[in-house]
Design a protein around this ligand. Structure first.
Ligand SMILES: O=C(O)CC[C@@H](O)C(=O)O
Ligand SMILES: [Zn+2]
Length: 541
């Protein structure tokens, strides 16, 4: 068989038989820094996320974020306000860890997208579940509202107060309790940072079952509370499957110990599932037991250019068939995403410009076997015209660089202006249709209409940017985007949750009976509604 003309440009083809191919099999033109979302916000004087991303050297130079209560039609519920006596009681429970300094509170009052801002006057930093229990017991008695906060990296305004709710940060609850190196079960406190847990388990030849762009800041408790999806979902599934147990403090201070480490446990209702994805509205997660998969011995990442979305879909089907059990991620991004990461983050496109790009990761236990499979797959893609250009990375550093192109899209978008964000679950074959029609429909009203996301999970991240916020652009987007999604039997929130932002679009994805049951569960577990009020449940139930 004659080799097609592109063969000479394809490292995996050229180097497959060569012992040195692992070092050379990459055509990247410029390396990029590994992905870093906003650093942890804890501690005085920490600059805001945008400042950390190079927009400004101090948070004070950033335009102030309008208070959520001024921007949105929302009424403060009749909670008490924090008194001197309350502060004294908190000081007794967690001496030296009660903060009222407005400057220090600022970073905790604003979400990292800088679209929501509360005016909390108190930040509490417990270290133990007992302390959380004592705090909540006090708040429950006094009818004080509480906003649980992890790394504050959420996308839907769920992690910051709307009014003056007390902020209860899990930042100091950052201890690993145990790790079993036979079963791979990790038990840890809720405030452990995901990236630190990853490092910890990797030292013992395991990995965390989830990974996401915000790993450097997000807390495992927040991940579980929001049922975060992320980049490993395709392989390891949802936290509803990998979380084995939880310890939760209920609104009245009761500690619910469901922190089991069992793979199988059919002892009636699986209560922990209620708290996974409840966004801190039913209880505060204080500890997590989670199943970690073994660390794959061989990881490869291919970054490919596709001529159209039909080819992206065919590449996906082919990858499932030809890569089978070693396929561990299938992500996509469109050409506008690539332009934005190039413009704002100076990350060079490693392949020829294409209408679409896909990132395919394989993870397996036998490097030779995986390389053979991947080589055959890539040859097939190129030969059949599904892919027009590509590059392959096999070493850790280059793999990270390719992942950064995908993981840092959110960051690039936030530097482009005002961002309208949608996180939709859709049938994979319709995943990009909305982007195309919106682009035509919005015309010059939008700066960019981009589509990217976890194609392998049927999860589209549709983002629209504009110079400034405009009610007419919003009216052109909503409810159209939601109605379109529902017409495809999709979900209006695939992985980012509901928070404050999406609470009144829940009706698009859930029938009234389901919403009613959600409200009844909320009343049962938190009769005074003190836990993360104004979030997750519809404002008019
Ligand atoms: O910013 C977004 O819309 C998506 C963020 C995140 O879920 C991602 O997959 O990169
Ligand atoms: Zn995502």
């Amino acid at each position: 068989v004659m080799a097609p003309h592109w063969v000479s440009r394809w490292p995996w083809w050229l180097f497959r038989a060569s012992p040195g191919w692992r070092q050379t099999a990459c055509t990247l033109r410029a390396w990029v820094e590994p992905r870093r979302w906003p650093g942890s916000f804890q501690g005085a004087g920490v600059a805001s996320p945008l400042a950390r991303r190079g927009c400004s050297s101090t948070s004070s130079r950033l335009p102030a974020v309008v208070l959520t209560q001024e921007r949105c039609a929302v009424q403060r519920l009749p909670f008490s306000t924090v008194s001197e006596e309350d502060l004294a009681a908190f000081e007794c429970i967690i001496p030296g860890r009660v903060t009222t300094d407005p400057e220090e509170l600022e970073a905790h009052n604003v979400d990292w997208l800088r679209t929501h801002r509360g005016c909390s006057k108190v930040l509490l930093r417990p270290r133990t579940s007992q302390e959380v229990s004592h705090i909540l017991r006090h708040c429950y008695k006094r009818n004080l509202a509480v906003n649980p906060q992890g790394g504050n990296t959420g996308m839907v305004g769920g992690s910051v107060p709307v009014f003056d709710e007390i902020i209860l940060s899990t930042a100091l609850m950052n201890q690993v309790v145990s790790f079993n190196s036979v079963s791979g079960i990790l038990v840890c406190q809720a405030g452990c940072v995901l990236e630190e847990l990853s490092r910890y388990v990797e030292e013992q030849d395991f990995i965390m079952p989830l990974d996401l762009g915000a790993k450097g800041s997000c807390h495992i408790g927040g991940n579980v509370a929001t049922n975060a999806g992320g980049l490993r979902f395709l392989r390891y599934g949802s936290l509803h499957g990998t979380v084995l147990g939880l310890e939760v403090v209920l609104a009245n201070g009761t500690i619910l110990n469901c922190l089991t480490s069992l793979r199988k446990d059919n002892t009636g209702y699986d209560l922990k599932q209620l708290f996974i994805g409840s966004e801190g509205t039913l209880g505060i997660i204080t500890a997590v037991s989670i199943l970690c998969p073994p660390k794959p011995k061989s990881v490869n990442v291919a970054f490919l250019g596709c001529p159209g979305f039909a080819e992206v879909l065919q590449t996906f089907s082919t990858s499932k068939g030809m890569l089978g059990e070693i396929l561990s991620a299938f992500e996509f991004m469109d050409a506008e995403c690539m332009q934005l990461v190039g413009r704002y983050l100076h990350l060079a496109c490693p392949v020829q410009e294409s209408p679409f790009y896909v990132l395919i990761e394989t993870s397996g236990s036998d490097a030779g076997h995986d390389a053979d499979k991947l080589g055959g797959f890539l040859e097939h893609l190129l030969g059949s015209g599904l892919v027009t250009d590509g590059t392959l990375a096999t070493d850790q550093k280059k793999i990270k660089m390719l992942w950064a192109l995908r993981e840092r899209i959110t960051e690039a978008l936030s530097l482009d202006g005002c961002v309208y964000k949608y996180d939709l679950s859709l049938p994979v074959e319709r995943l990009y249709d909305l982007v195309t029609t919106l682009r035509a429909h919005l015309g010059p009203c939008a700066k960019h209409v981009v589509g990217y996301g976890h194609l392998g999970d049927g999860n589209l991240h549709l983002n629209v940017t504009a110079e400034a916020f405009s009610t007419s652009l919003l009216a052109a987007l909503e409810p159209h985007v939601y109605k379109w999604t529902v017409d495809q039997q999709g979900s209006v929130s695939a992985e980012h949750g509901v928070g404050f932002k999406k609470r009144d679009v829940l009706g698009f994805s859930k029938p009234p009976e389901a919403l009613q049951l959600m409200c009844q569960l909320k009343t049962l577990l938190d009769p005074r509604g003190i836990l993360n009020p104004y979030k997750t449940l519809p404002s008019r139930a």
